[in-house]
Each structure stands twice: as C-alpha cells, then as structure tokens.
Design a protein around this ligand. Structure first.
Ligand SMILES: N[C@@H](CCC(=O)N[C@@H](CS)C(=O)NCC(=O)O)C(=O)O
Length: 211
C-alpha cells in the first residue's frame, strides 16, 4: 500500500495524528509538506476534493477530511479500537477536537486587530473553558487513564495532545496558557503521549522541539 500525506510543515493535529500514527507503527509513507505557494498551486489544480489540507492518498486514491484520515491511519497502525463502543468514543473525541478547533479558526483569519482580540477573549474566557470542562468530564467518565479511551493508546490521544498543546502552547495571542489548569485528566493524557520516546524524537527531529 502506497501512502502519501499532504499537509503544511507544522505539527497541527489535522495531519500530525495520521503522520505520527504511521510513524509509530513504522509504516512507510510519503510526508509531503507543501509551502503556501505550492498549496495554492495544488488548490488550483483541483487535486484537493474540498480545496483544503490535509489529504491522504492510498495507492493514488485521495481521502479528505481530518477524522477520516485519522481513522484510516489509526486502523492501519493498530491505534484504533476494534471494539465498536471504544471506536465510537475515539470518533467522538476526534469530533470534539474539531469542535475545539472551530472555536479558534475564525479568529485566525480575522484581519481587524480589535475584532480579533474580542474573538479571542470570548473563546478564551467563555467558549473554550466550557468545552474543556465538558471534555474533562467526558474523558474522566471513559476510565481512569492514562489513555483517553480504553487501555491502549489510540489516535484520539494523539489528536487531543496536539490540539491542546496548540491551544495552551503560547502561539495563540489572547488565549491564556492556564486554560487547562482545571483539567487534570486531559493534562495527564497529554503528558502520557509526551513521554513516549519515539514521539519526543519525532518532535525533535521534525520541528527542533526540546526533548
Ligand atoms: N474539514 C477539513 C478542514 C481542513 C482545514 O481547515 N484545513 C486548513 C488548514 S488547517 C486549510 O486547508 N486551509 C487553507 C484553505 O482553506 O484555503 C478537515 O477536516 O480536514
């Protein structure tokens, strides 16, 4: 099976979940990371089913939409449960990460600095704390951990880890780095992924992250 993942050169959850799942399982794939200019060309070529990234190509067949890509790579890598209930919980969390992303995404393209700051304030002070509170309760109800679903790591752990790290990692102006302080279960889940030596090596080699 020939696999190629196309996404920008940063560790956002949309592609990193799939990239890392394949990497951890030692499944070879082409890791295509277009520049903005190359992305515009790709978009103009009609190669992207929804005009966006990431895409995954499997023997030349294109798969789009982040959760579908994460599921496909998770299944290939043994990081997606075979139990139907656990699988549904993984799906639920992937969609929750999508919901979390959607609370920030509109402010990323806002050009007016005053409007942008207000959007971030509403997200940081009202919407995100509410969603994170629900996520914390939900994940706690799934079990004691450390993995978010079941007794093994899944793509939901990788997706949450990348999305939450993005959220509180200091790259989003106006979003308080203390946002996760009331979410010990989510913090523990992030830490568990961070502790995996192959994950640390990947972050160091690809992005120069300190390990
Ligand atoms: N629904 C899509 C959303 C993908 C998306 O928002 N991709 C962004 C990058 S994170 C993108 O391609 N933005 C460029 C554009 O829309 O022109 C998915 O689940 O993958």
């Amino acid at each position: 099976m020939r696999l190629r993942i196309t996404y920008f050169d940063f560790p956002f959850w949309r592609a990193e979940t799939a990239r890392l799942a394949l990497h951890l399982a030692r499944i070879p794939f082409e890791d295509r990371r277009p520049t903005r200019e190359e992305f515009r060309e790709l978009k103009a070529s009609g190669e992207l089913p929804y005009g966006q990234l990431p895409i995954l190509e499997v023997d030349g067949e294109c798969i789009a939409q982040t959760p579908a890509i994460a599921r496909f790579c998770g299944k290939a890598a043994g990081l997606y449960p075979s139990d139907a209930l656990e699988a549904a919980r993984v799906d639920e969390l992937l969609h929750s990460v999508e919901q979390l992303t959607a609370l920030i995404a509109p402010s990323m393209s806002e050009k007016d600095p005053v409007r942008k700051a207000e959007m971030r304030r509403v997200a940081g002070e009202e919407r995100l704390p509410k969603l994170l509170h629900m996520l914390e309760r939900r994940v706690s109800s799934f079990g004691p951990g450390p993995w978010v679903v079941g007794s093994q790591m899944t793509v939901a752990d990788i997706a949450l880890w990348r999305a939450l790290d993005w959220l509180v990692g200091g790259v989003l102006d106006g979003i308080p780095p203390t946002l996760l302080d009331a979410s010990p279960r989510l913090l523990a889940a992030m830490q568990r992924v961070n502790e995996i030596p192959e994950v640390r090596a990947w972050m160091r080699d690809k992005y120069g992250a300190r390990s």
